[in-house]
Write a protein that binds this ligand. Sequence first.
Ligand SMILES: Nc1ncnc2c1ncn2[C@@H]1O[C@H](COP(=O)(O)OP(=O)(O)OP(=O)(O)O)[C@@H](O)[C@H]1O
Ligand SMILES: [Mg+2]
Length: 366
Amino acid sequence: MRFNKKSKIINQIFGFPPPKFLRMPAVGITISDHSIKVMEFLRSGNHLEIGRYGDIPIQEHVMISGDIKDRKKLKNILLSVKEKFGINFIYASVPEEKAYLFKLELPKEAINNIRESIEFQLEEFVPISSKEAIFDYEIITEKNDNGKIEANVSVISEKYINDYLGIFQEAGMIPISFEIEAQALKRAVVPSGDSGTYMIIDIGRTRTGISIVSEGFLRYTSTVSLGGDSLITAIQKQMGVSFEEADKIKQKFGFIKNEKNTELYKSLTITMSALEEEINKRYSYWSERSENVNKNRKKIQKIILCGGNANIPGFKEYLSLRIKTPVEVANIWANAFSFDDYIPEISFNYSSGYASVVGLVLGEMY
Ligand SMILES: Nc1ncnc2c1ncn2[C@@H]1O[C@H](COP(=O)(O)OP(=O)(O)OP(=O)(O)O)[C@@H](O)[C@H]1O
Ligand SMILES: [Mg+2]
């Protein structure tokens, strides 16, 4: 599901039919509160290889929970990205905090005018008027047990997209499409054709995205304002070192327990407990509903970790023990290439933060 040339805003810019440049190479860009990630794929035989890529830091207070707080600074960072990578056309993401995702049942007669039927009901589900909203949908099933059409709908405010469009354009880049970050993430971390039920946890610096995917569809998304930086702060306090030094310690020792670091281990587990609770809450809610309310709902088979902090040593084992579910770190390249064909220069341990931008571009490559 993406807000692209079919959606009204992009229509206004491009008009129809889509001009030739839409077929020109474009690069994926995600903007989070703390970084801009850039990724391009190039075709090589029957697999993809990485083209231009980068991870550009954003200073504090420029972006807060996906809102642009310092337009001038963000524009300058985007200008430097444009200059460094020579990017003209982009696929961009929208943080899930800014989007609404819901499942809708429609009578089977709606099959010929699904868009209108959804638009008609939009305001019952989201706190923005349908005039101010841009939405897209995907059909989950054309006939469920009640004989109805089931659709996944994602909605975003037109104003928000306009804001982003404006700043990209001011920096000389033209967005071809926008996609909700969790949708893109799913495309990168769940192998294509895999119909399992998974919880995807994207642990960044100060935010963690928690989503659930089942039978290939995104069923749930949420964001928690906690991330790996709280562990860095805990290490800083415990050991009296700088933020940078504490980050290195986190990356080197993390949740590996030994006789020398019992105090540090204890403080990291205490710090992590708030996030753990948020994960558990969502996990239990999904599981209880699959047992009691909706028997068709599949149980979560495993947790897939991504985001820069997915590779904290010992963390996946720790989380698996706490949530009592298998946990694995995503191979974010699984749908792009196999390591038999191509070895990327970004090492596996440092690739996890690129998950959503990889998914964004993959959506345009197939
Ligand atoms: N191998 C690694 N082991 C542990 N931590 C790592 C590793 N590689 C990167 N990180 C951590 O990942 C963090 C960056 O993660 P990510 O790129 O997902 O954040 P972000 O998306 O910019 O943040 P947010 O989503 O909060 O805005 C850094 O703080 C860094 O400490
Ligand atoms: Mg992030």
